[in-house]
Ligand binder design. Structure first.
Ligand code: NAD
Length: 324
């Protein structure tokens, strides 16, 4: 039985990952600065602690074989692309990664998983919504469009350096827009699929929702179950990465809105308003993951979006019932 540490287990992906790791029979210690907003992840131990503190990290890595490092200072476009949180994003996430590696290596951790992001890809390759380039080697010359992306790129290099210099095993995935139930769906840190589902759920049939920009920007979205399957396959493989874990079903944000309406069985009109947008086009390039792991995400976006819509509309109803 492996002893596993999940950093960021009070968050969306970390909470789901704890469930998977426990179901596979591992012993799991979970850490986060806060409790999970929606569920109690079934960890053997859940420790509330700030991973920016060296003392906290020294303690939580004790007796651990593998670390999944998911803790980060983050949010959706409305949080990361306004520039207002740049110093905290860089400082807090980099400190967590520095502490995790420094103390983890010293206490004998053998393998680290690091969750990087599609936000590391250069802005100059993502200007055309129809032809974004996100193959792994295109990360350099580096030009991410956010400080969040720069920190992820720095930390990828940090993990690779520890692997070279200290002989630990490292696996790095670049996640592309992961979504699903039990994730942030309101408050400013939610991402596009959750925001879209919430807007549709809150609006009566025939009403109107707002979309940032012209809605012609493209993205792809990966449902949580396939994300975790990719993570587990990467960890069991002998491939270090960095490798994209994302869907290659590229859609416009306008199409995403239509899909949320289809999931709800509603017809709404759309009003385009100014807002933070990020790059013009982005899609996961899955050639490398298929070549190295013999597997790639394949489920349709509509399927995951229907499950996510069902969960978010239930949250909207619960909230309305409480405030009524
Ligand atoms: P999330 O915000 O739900 O989870 C991150 C967790 O880290 C939060 O629970 C937060 O409280 C915790 N955390 C932050 N600072 C901390 C600190 N100082 N000490 C302890 N815990 C702290 O985000 P998520 O969507 O679950 O993402 C998990 C990881 O995957 C992150 O590293 C993120 O950058 C990366 N990622 C996610 C996506 C996505 O679409 N969700 C895409 C690319 C990369």
């Amino acid at each position: 039985m492996k002893r596993i540490l999940v950093n960021g287990a009070g968050g969306f992906i970390g909470g789901h990952l704890v469930k998977w790791l426990r179901a596979e029979g591992n012993w799991v210690r979970a850490v986060d600065i806060k409790r999970h907003d929606f569920v109690e992840p079934p960890a053997d131990e859940f420790i509330l602690g700030d991973l920016r503190e060296q003392k906290v990290v020294r303690d939580v890595v004790q007796g651990i074989d593998e670390v999944y490092q998911l803790a980060a200072h983050m949010g959706g476009a409305g949080y990361l692309f306004t520039g207002e949180h740049d110093a905290d994003v860089l400082h807090n996430s980099a400190t967590i990664n520095l502490n995790t590696l420094h103390s983890g290596v010293r206490s004998g951790v053998k393998k680290f998983f690091y969750s990087s992001s599609a936000c590391i890809y250069p802005e100059y390759n993502q200007m055309d919504p129809d032809n974004p380039k996100c193959s792994e080697e295109s990360a350099y010359p580096a030009a991410p469009d956010s400080e969040y992306g720069w920190e992820k790129l720095f930390s990828e290099r940090l993990y690779m350096s520890y692997m070279r210099n200290y002989g630990v095993q490292v696996r790095i995935a670049r996640f592309h827009n992961i979504f699903g139930p039990e994730g942030t769906w309101r408050g400013g840190k939610e991402k596009a699929p959750a925001a879209m589902c919430r807007k549709v759920a809150e609006t009566p049939d025939g009403g109107e929702i707002e979309i940032w920009g012209d809605g012609k920007q493209t993205r792809s979205f990966l449902y949580i179950d396939e994300c975790l399957e990719g993570v587990r396959r990467l960890m069991e493989s002998d491939f270090t990465g960095p490798v994209n874990i994302g869907s290659d079903e590229k859609v416009t944000i306008n199409r995403l809105a239509e899909m949320a309406m289809e999931a709800a069985g509603k017809k709404l009109s759309v009003r385009h308003i100014p807002g933070p947008l990020g790059v013009r086009g982005r899609n996961s390039d899955n050639k490398l993951i298929r070549a190295k792991l013999g597997w790639g995400p394949s489920r349709p976006l509509s399927e995951g979006l229907a499950k996510t819509y069902a969960w978010i509309s239930a949250q909207v109803e619960k909230t309305a019932a409480v405030s009524a």
